[in-house]
Design a protein around this ligand. Structure first.
Ligand code: SF4
Length: 240
């Protein structure tokens, strides 16, 4: 479902979003540069909503590769459901989550999440009936859910038009000279959302493309050679 919507949206975005009403659109330009370089990322790689939530909780302080491995094991052990996580004991879960680090903390967070979902009878439709602001506030009250995780669930799971303004996005946009180094999560999210289609699929794809770019080129110590954004970047000369 998400992938079909993505194909349609990416076709739309590929047409030309580098200007809106004749005015330059920096984020549209960035999206097209990254899309041309890397192609559609097809996030979130989850066939089920709960898998998305588990991925969002486990990915904190680890790599997505580790998360994918753990999710595959959880699926194999038939533990990738709300009810299974609710009933499995810690001694079974800890060694399975260990590769993602902080496995005891992450176990508690998974339990907090399933307890939270239980308030809605494990029914996503009941949870997602609320407007975006209220839903975000509800999620932020769950142990372990911060703005980034909440927005991942809201954007990729609930289809709400929120940009996940993680540290990769903040770093890239600051290097491009568009935001301050210390802009922070909320200001970065607001800045992007003011300049890009208010659409969950487009915003989700933009975030996925930025993460890809951060891994290939715009790392902590950037690899600026052949970067598709180099022509408009303020950082490369300063970093060299
Ligand atoms: S030119 Fe370098 S610093 Fe600028 S966006 Fe590309 S990789 Fe990042």
């Amino acid at each position: 479902m998400i992938h079909n919507r993505l194909r349609v949206k990416v076709r739309f975005l590929s047409e030309d979003q580098s200007s809106v009403n004749g005015e330059s659109n920096d984020v549209g330009w960035l999206f097209q540069q990254l899309l041309s370089r890397y192609g559609p990322q097809g996030w979130w790689p989850a066939s089920e909503l709960f898998e998305l939530v588990v991925g969002a909780l486990l990915t904190q302080n680890t790599t997505w590769t580790q998360v994918e491995r753990v999710i595959a094991v959880l699926r194999q052990r038939q533990l990738l459901t709300i009810d299974a996580i609710r009933h499995v004991d810690d001694q079974t879960l800890w060694p399975l989550l260990r590769p993602t680090g902080y496995f005891r903390v992450k176990t508690q967070r998974l339990r907090a999440m399933v307890q939270f979902l239980g308030r809605f009878n494990d029914d996503w439709r009941q949870l997602f009936q609320y407007d975006t602001d209220h839903l975000r506030q509800l999620l932020l009250q769950v142990n372990g859910i911060g703005p980034e995780t909440a927005d991942c669930i809201l954007c990729y799971g609930a289809g709400r038009p929120l940009f996940v303004a993680d540290r990769y996005s903040q770093r890239l946009l600051a290097r491009l000279g568009w935001i301050q180094d210390n802009a922070g999560y909320d200001a970065t999210q607001h800045w992007v959302q003011q300049r890009f289609p208010v659409d969950a699929v487009a915003l989700g794809e933009l975030h996925a493309l930025i993460v890809r770019h951060a891994k290939v080129h715009c790392q902590a110590t950037p690899r600026c050679q052949d970067c598709c954004c180099g022509g408009r970047c303020c950082a490369p000369l300063a970093i060299k």
